[in-house]
Design a protein around this ligand. Structure first.
Ligand code: FAD
Ligand code: DHB
Length: 387
């Protein structure tokens, strides 16, 4: 098979890239290791930045989002049993959209199918060859070996994918911070605890009350990464969550059976550069942020904005976008890495925190409550820095 861009990974970044290239008349093939049902069954991000929303609208992918998603103008931060609101719209003129990654991905699959896009599922042993010369990708499917010849390879295959590992260690620089806790997440068919998200800092640890719709709630609590999931019965989860939320909210909230429950580790990770010859890294393949502040999916989509622009200009005869892709993407990645690290550090209990660290975090949250300048810094990062 031959294509212009071989895309490894059929998550949101790979599918969005394929869709945008198709709209510009550029051919691609997506190679995805898992089945479509598996990709669509993964519960992940839930909040879209204004730039992500604008891109989905510009790309003709917003009909369901605009009908069913929830625009949010602010969020609540809670500490010591009280909350205060950060009004994004008043501070920045922008809102965010509560609309799940699963829904974004479903709409992308539908758009690729409608356009006759080539997506290979259950592609095994994907391998990248000769990224510096005549690039090609091989994989196995149903016991047979296949080869895709291409001009460019887009590594959209997440943190555990093959693309980043193909770049020689002498070229790739990485920085990493692993946080000493994870997030236990629960999805439940219950009315959300509050109309807007609540980020809570508590002596027992962080908690987040989020949602996917008026009838579907998403909650997270800080928990040890190695806790066995069996320890977290639904009753234990609801007890821990309600202790950490303001009591007024905790007492009134609806609880019910969990329909998904998992523990995710928290890390900050950045790999540089994001291009090696004819191979690009995109999204989680190049960087991971801790989830606090909902930046992961949004960063993957902003990488796609830069890369699709670079490739479209390349096929129009201009190569400067290819040369600058890595620097442009990384400039935004580092700022989102900083914001996610700051918000994670502020809101969580670290095992090593002593009295001094705890008081500094309290003082910073007090400052945030009473300073419009501090809230503006948070709000402009939360709604998303400009592309
Ligand atoms: P992915 O979505 O990881 O897609 C990569 C795709 O590549 C996958 O479909 C994978 O199956 C495929 N793949 C991997 N290896 C290969 C291979 N060798 N060959 C072919 N295909 C391959 N972000 C938030 O903002 N908020 C959240 O609440 C949140 N929760 C998360 C929970 C979990 C458990 C995880 C893992 C991530 C979460 N994130 C969250 C992060 C967010 O989901 C990611 O940033 C986003 O999915 C990145 O999109 P991507 O397309 O770059 O990568
Ligand atoms: C969600 C996840 C986040 O990390 C966040 O900051 C906000 C919302 C969510 O899954 O709903």
């Amino acid at each position: 098979m031959r294509t212009q861009v071989c895309i490894i990974g059929g998550g949101p970044s790979g599918l969005m890239l394929s869709h945008l290239l198709h709209r510009a008349g550029i051919d691609s093939i997506v190679l995805e290791r898992r089945s479509r049902e598996h990709v669509l069954g993964r519960i992940r991000a839930g909040v879209l930045e204004r730039g992500t929303v604008a891109m989905l609208r510009d790309a003709g992918l917003s009909a369901r989002m605009d009908a069913q998603g929830q625009p949010h103008s602010g969020t609540c931060l809670a500490v010591r049993n009280r909350g205060f609101r950060v009004d994004f719209e008043a501070l920045t003129g922008a809102q965010v959209m509560v609309w799940g990654q699963t829904e974004v991905t479903a709409d992308l699959y539908a758009a690729r199918d409608a356009a006759g896009g080539r997506i290979v599922h259950e592609a095994e042993e994907v391998a990248i060859h000769d990224a510096g010369g005549t690039p090609h990708v091989t994989y196995r499917k149903d016991g047979a070996e296949h080869r895709v010849d291409c001009d460019w390879i887009a590594g959209c295959d997440g943190f555990h994918g093959v693309s980043r590992r193909t770049i020689p260690a002498t070229v790739l620089r990485t920085v990493e911070r692993v946080y000493p806790f994870g997030w236990l997440g629960v999805l439940s068919r219950t009315k959300p605890a509050a109309p807007e998200l609540i980020y809570a800092s508590h002596a027992d640890g962080f908690a987040l009350a989020s949602m996917r719709s008026d009838t579907l709630s998403r909650y997270y609590i800080q928990a040890p990464t190695d806790d066995p999931l069996e320890k977290w019965t639904d009753a234990a989860f609801w007890d821990a969550l309600r202790r950490r939320l303001p009591s007024e909210v905790a007492e009134a909230m609806e609880i019910g059976p969990s329909i998904e429950k998992s523990i995710a580790p928290l890390r900050s990770f950045v790999a540089e550069p994001m291009r090696w010859n004819r191979l690009f890294l995109v999204g989680d393949a190049a960087h991971i942020v801790p989830p606090t502040g909902a930046k992961g999916l949004n960063l993957a989509i902003s990488d796609v904005a830069y890369l699709s622009d670079a490739l479209i200009r390349h096929y129009g005869g201009e190569d400067d976008g290819i040369a600058t892709y890595s620097d442009r993407a990384l400039a935004r990645v580092w700022k989102a890495t900083r914001f996610s690290w700051w918000f994670t550090t502020l809101m969580h209990r670290f095992p090593e925190d002593g009295a001094f660290e705890r008081r500094m975090k309290q003082a910073e949250i007090d400052y945030l409550e009473h300073s419009e300048a501090a809230q503006t810094v948070m709000a402009e990062n939360y709604v998303g820095l400009p592309l």
